[in-house]
Design a binder for this molecule. Sequence first.
Ligand code: NAD
Ligand code: UDP
Length: 312
Amino acid sequence: MRILVTGGAGFIGSHLCERLLKQGHDVLCLDNFFTGSKENITHLMDDHRFELIRHDVTQPILLETDRIFNLACPASPIHYQYNPVKTIKTSVMGTIHMLGLAKRVKARILQASTSEVYGDPLVHPQPEDYWGNVNPVGIRSCYDEGKRVAETLMMDYHRQNGVDIRIVRIFNTYGPRMAQHDGRVVSNFIVQALKGEDITVYGDGSQTRSFCYVDDLIEGMLRLMDREGLTGPMNIGNPAETSILEFATRIIDLTGSSSRVVFKPLPSDDPRQRQPDITMAREKLGWAPVTDIDTGLRKTIDYFTRLLTRTG
Ligand code: NAD
Ligand code: UDP
């Protein structure tokens, strides 16, 4: 098949392009390089089935494609808050453009949604039928509400126009090719630990997250895309939950670092807890994560060690 991956030069997108090429597909990687980079996909450039298109999804585009993975959107809070209006445009206009394309060329489309649609959840762990607790006017709203509207658009194009859709709600994912300076907790803590700098825990570190290794996420996304008769939304994530303070200690142990933990102010609307209920993915896809956190973190630490050796 010919498969379009928007946001294909980003962290998750580059892993997805790589897996799709390995499966024998032609891959069109579309990106505006806001948070992605050519380095993430350099190793794919020599493959004649790989094509790179510099384009912004807030503008329409016409392409021939059988499937669309719509991942284009900054994912780290500092990046999506840098230009919040652009973030909403990317989620809303980008999804409209990709849905319009899917409708026109009769492509199946998968939208990368997020656990952020649950906001600061009052139900724990979060099942797909929980509607969430999202602040519509806070500093995270440009991302959370943009992604919620994107889900609405997916469902309405499906009901109104019969577009073949899949919605995946991705929980915190980590692995090689996360951007060094994107401010997310995994990259921040690992880079700080490797450089011997203070580990910056926001708040008292009692807030929780559940981290999924990127290979497991990609496997779940591909199964959802391939399975007939499912639309989602479906959670894909690793239910192993940890507090951020425990997580800092774990990174210090795994890196053998002499860094110490320091506490910084908690950003507003930072969710207190987050853990996916993956019953639906287990039952409908036979999917569950297989990478334990220490194994995944070691691979990620190796990646950042190599990167820092190269870049200093
Ligand atoms: P990322 O920032 O590494 O990748 C996003 C990619 O989209 C980048 O390559 C960026 O340049 C590109 N992009 C941004 N705006 C664009 C635009 N207007 N037009 C074209 N390209 C644009 O982030 P990621 O972690 O790889 O996330 C990929 C997707 O998965 C995002 O949609 C994100 O919301 C979603 N997601 C990620 C996580 C996670 O933990 N990583 C969790 C939930 C959801
Ligand atoms: N966090 C932290 N120190 C950092 C970066 C993040 O304590 O240097 C915290 C952040 O406040 C949040 C959690 O780690 O509670 C996860 O943050 P991230 O930005 O990775 O993802 P999200 O909040 O979107 O889940």
